[in-house]
Design a protein around this ligand. Structure first.
Ligand SMILES: Nc1ncnc2c1ncn2[C@@H]1O[C@H](COP(=O)(O)OP(=O)(O)OP(=O)(O)O)[C@@H](O)[C@H]1O
Length: 674
């Protein structure tokens, strides 16, 4: 069987079609394939690669599940030696992995997932099943592919297919680019996977190209079905003020009953809007990623069961929510991109019944999102400082050695958000080939003793060392390096003892203090080279910022444009809708919404020097070294440094909001010292 990579045309064997249908019937009890499932599945069984772009709920999972069960059977049918092996499913969503593995186990499929919440024994059990070829499907998070233990184990296993979920994350043009996905593409090649399948619900033509190129998938392997569902009615309105928006929302919800998701931008808004709707008598709950886990599950469960309930949520809500009868999706604040919009409205009306999607355009919201986007980009100076200090710490680093660092500390010290830091380090790996991230480790562990821990036999050297390297508190913290040097055993062995206590229920164990480890790929750059490197890396971040703003503009243009919304949305994703939908806001009124992109009127807002001084005083002289940081404080945009300086409650916080961000940066540059 050839490995993944561009292939000569794949010949479809009719026996593969029959086999796929038999498996579908036998394991799932379904009688027919949907959309392009059959074409994609048979191509995979016959040895081809594929990329599948089906809307949410379109049935993507079966496209890898059916082939995973078919590969060895098909070998047999073709009279080839039966190649035992596994299909790896790379998915960033732990909750989804859990749901899917449970559902497949119920159907008698040999499946497992490796995620960060598992104990060592179940990981070992999974590794064992991998080696014996018992396992048909293994779900892993993308981060796992950097884990050296995993990579070592997988080297001896035949990888029949790698299925990459949320594959749009590989595209740097996409809204959800995740640098780790670039390493997924490299992994597929490095482990000689027989074939690769990429899955996503949203991809513009450019993102689709990036997926095909990134994973070496031939154009014939692309299967996409139109995004637009004719039961969705797309509406929008420009709102002048928050009061107007809220009043309209209440009216809308009264006129359009049924399960509804109202998307807002911040945690605080979920609570505020939910409270306002509750006061009006609606059955409503707030949902955001900051809620404690039991409450999140409880809210989600209630919504899933309800026939008339409103969830006011950030976009954290919805991934994996497969409720067929959601009647309305409201974007109370504008989505950050048409990709986001399309994914979110795709959750409405999966039962095919009429459903409404309402979007509000408001200048204040756009300004807020724009400022979030700007906040993401660190100054060139920060990037330069970061690289100088990182490389400077290892002046004699040679190819092959492993260096250690702590991303959280770097993020705080150089005022670079963790997402940007990840992007910078991925550039150091994939673009510049200098360092490559490998399995991180934890500097310390803390535990709480359960009943029976005190009577546990701890007379061996490792246990004794652990006890003496422990500091009691509500959680007892253990310095594992100290314990390892006390007893003269390798660190891994000491960690294993600690983990065995946890596995046996003697303690609750919490690892902390991640130490990121990077393998050096070539000698580190000189001072001059670092300057050049910083400029190139920073430029990429700036380009991203501009792209983010363009994406918000494309949402506004769609709603305020002279075209049927559904048609324009389809065109954005490379689909063609022959006729106008006849039911969207534009089709209904025949005229576009009047809405101007905000900002032009801001250009003349003068700089108020007293406010500039207020910011300078609040941050202290030591921090007058980064104009972008100062401008963020002026706008009230959080960043790692402003959080650690606790600036959020000072008078200066947000005092210059309203002044164009770039103008503010220039104003602060005058005051900055090297
Ligand atoms: N051929 C089929 N016949 C009947 N039901 C199907 C078929 N294919 C998929 N389904 C069902 O449709 C539902 C949605 O499928 P699935 O979860 O795979 O969608 P998805 O495309 O992965 O969605 P999402 O983007 O939300 O993850 C599931 O309940 C699945 O069992």
């Amino acid at each position: 069987m050839p490995t993944a990579g561009p292939k000569s045309p794949v010949t479809i064997d009719p026996r593969a079609v029959t086999l796929a249908k038999d498996i579908l019937k036998e394991v799932w009890g379904y009688t027919a394939f949907r959309l392009e499932q059959e074409a994609a599945i048979t191509r995979l069984i016959c040895g081809g690669n594929a990329a599948v772009i089906f809307p949410t709920g379109g049935g993507k999972s079966l496209v890898y599940q059916v082939p995973a069960l078919a590969f060895d059977k098909f070998d047999k049918i073709c009279g080839r030696p039966v190649g035992l092996g596994v299909t790896l499913v790379v998915s960033p969503l732990i909750a989804l992995m859990k749901d899917q593995t449970q559902a497949l186990k119920k159907r008698g499929v040999k499946v497992a997932a490796l995620d960060s919440t598992q104990d060592r024994d179940s990981v070992l059990e999974t590794y064992q099943m991998l080696r014996t070829g018992e396992l048909k499907l293994l779900y892993v998070a993308p981060e796992r592919l950097n884990n050296e233990g995993f990579v070592e184990t997988i080297k001896d296993v035949k990888i029949r297919m790698v299925a990459v979920d949320e594959a749009h994350c590989v595209s740097e043009w996409g809204t959800s680019f995740r640098p780790i996905y670039l390493t997924v593409a490299r992994f597929v090649k490095e482990v000689n996977a027989e074939r690769v399948l990429c899955l996503t619900a949203t991809a513009t033509p450019k993102v689709t190209d990036d997926i095909l190129q990134g994973f070496d998938i031939e154009a014939e392997g692309l299967f996409r079905t139109p995004m637009f569902r004719s039961n969705l009615r797309l509406l929008a309105k420009a709102a002048q003020s928050e009061t107007e928006k809220l009043a309209h929302l209440k009216q809308f919800l009264k006129a359009n009953p049924g399960p509804t998701i109202v998307y807002v931008a911040t945690h605080a808004q979920t609570q505020a809007i939910a409270a306002a709707l509750e006061a009006e008598g609606f059955r409503v709950a707030a949902y955001h990623a900051g809620l404690a886990n039991p409450l999140r599950t409880e809210v989600q469960d209630r919504f899933m069961a309800a026939s008339d309930m409103i969830i006011v949520a950030t976009i954290a809500f919805g991934m994996g929510v497969d409720k067929p009868d959601i009647r309305n999706i409201v974007h109370y604040t504008i989505p950050k991109s048409l990709e986001g919009y399309s994914q979110e409205i795709g959750r409405a009306g999966r039962d095919g019944l009429p459903s409404t999607c309402f979007l509000y355009l408001s200048a204040a919201d756009i300004k807020q999102i724009e400022s979030f986007s700007r906040a993401d980009v660190p100054s060139l100076q920060s990037v330069h400082g970061l690289l100088e200090s990182f490389f400077g710490e290892w002046p004699y680093a040679q190819k092959g050695v492993v260096v250690e660092t702590n991303m959280t500390n770097l993020s705080k010290k150089w005022d670079i958000r963790p997402t940007c830091l990840a992007l910078l380090f991925s550039q150091l790996d994939l673009r510049f080939g200098i360092v490559r991230a490998i399995t991180p480790k934890y500097s310390s562990y803390s535990y709480q003793a359960n009943e029976g821990f005190s009577s546990l036999n701890k007379s061996d050297r490792i246990s004794q060392a652990l006890v003496s390297a422990s500091k009691k508190g509500k959680w007892t913290t253990v310095d594992v390096d100290m314990a390892a040097s006390c007893c003269g055993r390798p660190r891994e062995q000491v960690v294993r003892t600690l983990q065995s206590w946890a596995t046996n229920g003697h303690i609750e164990l919490k690892p902390s203090g991640v130490i990121n480890r990077l393998r050096v790929l070539k000698p580190f750059p000189s001072k001059d080279e670092i300057k050049d490197l910083a400029e190139k890396a920073h430029q990429q971040l700036e380009t991203k910022e501009l792209e983010n703003i363009e994406r918000i503009k494309s949402v506004v243009e769609l709603m305020a444009g002279h075209q049927c919304y559904a048609r324009a949305l389809a065109a954005y994703f490379g689909d063609e809708l022959e006729d106008p939908c006849k039911r969207c806001g534009f089709c209904e009124t025949g005229s576009p919404i009047k809405f101007e992109w905000p900002g032009n009127e801001m250009a003349n807002v003068p700089i108020d020097e007293t406010k500039i001084k207020m910011v300078l005083d609040a941050v202290g002289e030591l921090n007058w070294n980064d104009a972008r940081f100062l401008a963020r404080v002026g706008w009230g945009i959080t960043s790692p440094r402003s959080t650690s300086l606790r600036l959020g409650k000072t008078k200066a916080w947000g005092c210059c909001e309203g002044v164009p961000f770039d103008k503010l940066v220039k104003a602060f540059e005058v005051h900055c010292v090297e």
